[in-house]
Each structure stands twice: as structure tokens, then as C-alpha cells.
Design a protein around this ligand. Structure first.
Ligand code: AMP
Length: 145
């Protein structure tokens, strides 16, 4: 199964923030959308970085509340690992586990086409298991669930 199968269900909408926005604005964006990370981009297409709750927590622990008025650029991660739509879900799962991050942007021809979170991957796996289980039950009992 591929990342395009996840995007087909969840859609390609991606929340982005400019690197010049301050951390207080970033907090509002995270809270408003109920998400844990935002892609940093000026034009909504070229990925300049990623910033997650963890980056805010780390910066607050290191520098205190002054971080709230710093720009997003001061706390973002700029070396972003991305995948394309054809990437296997297994491969992305492995990337998230090994590198310990919960978000991966999907990029096609240099343009941002979606974000897959660990929650999306877990949901995908659960749906897959439920489907497999009912197919097996149907096979064994000859009855549709
Ligand atoms: P997360 O688990 O996604 O909240 O992020 C944990 C840390 O990894 C934070 O420092 C993020 O900025 C960073 N991070 C998250 N996603 C990625 C990614 N796809 N590529 C590189 N770094 C990332």
C-alpha cells in the first residue's frame, strides 16, 4: 500500500506557516487546527522547514518565555525528510520509527502535496486489519459480516 492511498482518504490539504511568523502565531495555528506540526513555507508549496510541538517545548526549556516572540525560523528543523506519493506505507512507518518523528511531508515535483502523520498511518493500519478480519471471517463462515 502506498502513501497515495492515505492521501486519497485524508486529502491533500496542508497547513503551513511562514518562517517570519512568531512562535505565538504558531501556537494559534497548532491550536486552531488541532495538529502537532506545521510545514514552514512562504508560498505554501516549497518546503523550507517543519516545526512541531517538540521544537516549541525544547526551545521553551532552553530559553524560556522569550521564545514566544521569536520567529518560527529560530526553532524549525530545516533538514526535512519527505516522501513522494508512490512511497510504500511500510517505508514511511520505518522512517518515522527510526528517526523518531511523527510527520512526513509528501512532495511531488518540488511541490508540497500533503502531510502524513503517525496518526494517519495507525488509522490506515487499523482499517486494513478490520478489513482483513472480516474477509477471513467471511471466508471461514461463508457469511458476510
Ligand atoms: P514530531 O515527532 O514530528 O513532532 O517531531 C519531532 C522532531 O523531529 C522535531 O524536532 C521536528 O521538527 C522534527 N521533524 C518532524 N518531522 C520531520 C521530518 N519529516 N523531517 C525532519 N525532521 C522532522
Amino acid at each position: 500500500m502506498r502513501i497515495s492511498d492515505i492521501l486519497r482518504v485524508k486529502g491533500e490539504r496542508v497547513v503551513t506557516v511562514s518562517p517570519e511568523a512568531d512562535v505565538t502565531e504558531l501556537l494559534s495555528v497548532l491550536a486552531e487546527h488541532g495538529i502537532g506540526a506545521v510545514i514552514v513555507s512562504r508560498d505554501g508549496s516549497r518546503v523550507e522547514g517543519i516545526v512541531s510541538e517538540r521544537d516549541i517545548v525544547r526551545a521553551l526549556a532552553e530559553r524560556g518565555a522569550a521564545v514566544l516572540s521569536e520567529p518560527v525560523a529560530a526553532i524549525q528543523t530545516t533538514e526535512v525528510r519527505s516522501v513522494d506519493r508512490e512511497a510504500a506505507v511500510d517505508e514511511v512507518e520505518r522512517l518515522m520509527t527510526e528517526r523518531r518523528f511523527r510527520h512526513v511531508p509528501v512532495i511531488e515535483n518540488g511541490s508540497l502535496r500533503g502531510v502524513v502523520s503517525i496518526g494517519d498511518v495507525v488509522k490506515f493500519r487499523i482499517d486494513e486489519l478490520v478489513h482483513e478480519r472480516s474477509t477471513l471471517e467471511e471466508y471461514i463462515t461463508g457469511e458476510r459480516a
